[in-house]
Design a binder for this molecule. Sequence first.
Ligand code: TRP
Length: 334
Amino acid sequence: MLDGKKVLFSGMQSTGNLTLGNYLGALKNWVSLTDEYECFYCVVDEHSITVRQDPAVLRKRARALLILYIAAGIDPEKACLYYQSHVPAHAELAWILDCYTYMGEMSRMTQFKDKSAKHADNINVGLFAYPVLMASDILLYQTDIVPVGIDQLQHLEICRDIALRFNNIYGNVFTIPEAYVGKVGAKIMSLQDPSKKMSKSDENPNASIYLMDDKDTIIRKFKRAVTDSEAHIAYSDSQPGVKNLIDIYSACTGRTSDDIVKEFDGRGYGELKEAAGECVAGLLSPIQVRCAELTKEKDYIDGIIKRNAEKASYTAEKTLRKVQHKIGFPDRIR
Ligand code: TRP
């Protein structure tokens, strides 16, 4: 609890171009959660260096992501938007928690297995310890709930295990967080292979709608979306491409899948693709305009970055000091 509200924490990496899946599955929900919860939304730049990055690109994209949070509608006075690397407590707690985490449990992480297969020339210790840094992010703020995609549930589970283990030894130091998987738009699939999640690292640019795609590009990608040969619009697992188009349309308009199926009864796939493309373009266009405007407001953005890093540090350090005391590090002399 913070100021009488439950605490919510989530983070996103700034690597790669964010997709419609990131927006509908995460960002859009983040906006609506800011009334009910005390929210911390972090740009997790420290996680990004588990894969080699170009420094200039990393810096630029981190700022663009923070701006995108605001452009998507998150009020930076209400939610704390900040860079992980500006709050040293994250890395400090991660080191401590490394010492309370077992090699065996970490070896089971599927994302580590996937990523080490993909980056076989750079399987570094940070990549292995990634979930512990993520646990630190969450635990520093005494977080109650964590909105995450399904692919991150295993990491959240290990975060809870580490927190419980620590609490069992030292008393109630950490709040045990719960996952929150949003229903709407939780899983937007690739437009080229609807059995795969829409991903910012997909090699086929037609597979993903990027948040900065212009209208023509969006419409074109939807036109090329893979469907099937059943020539019938239904919301069914046996028609994953059509189902994905309906999911996207539904997430953009707030209408139910039943309603959409009725609207398109007897009509062709082309019409559904066009409708989905049009509403996605309509949804993204104001966000793109706002991003461009905010990018020019350097002082305003700098102010947010500075103030929010201070605000986050204040809460994070309270937890860190408590942890350091519990494990027997010498108290600071004031
Ligand atoms: N690992 C998350 C992802 O790739 C990002 C992340 C880092 C995160 N720290 C977090 C998400 C803490 C939620 C809470 O999606």
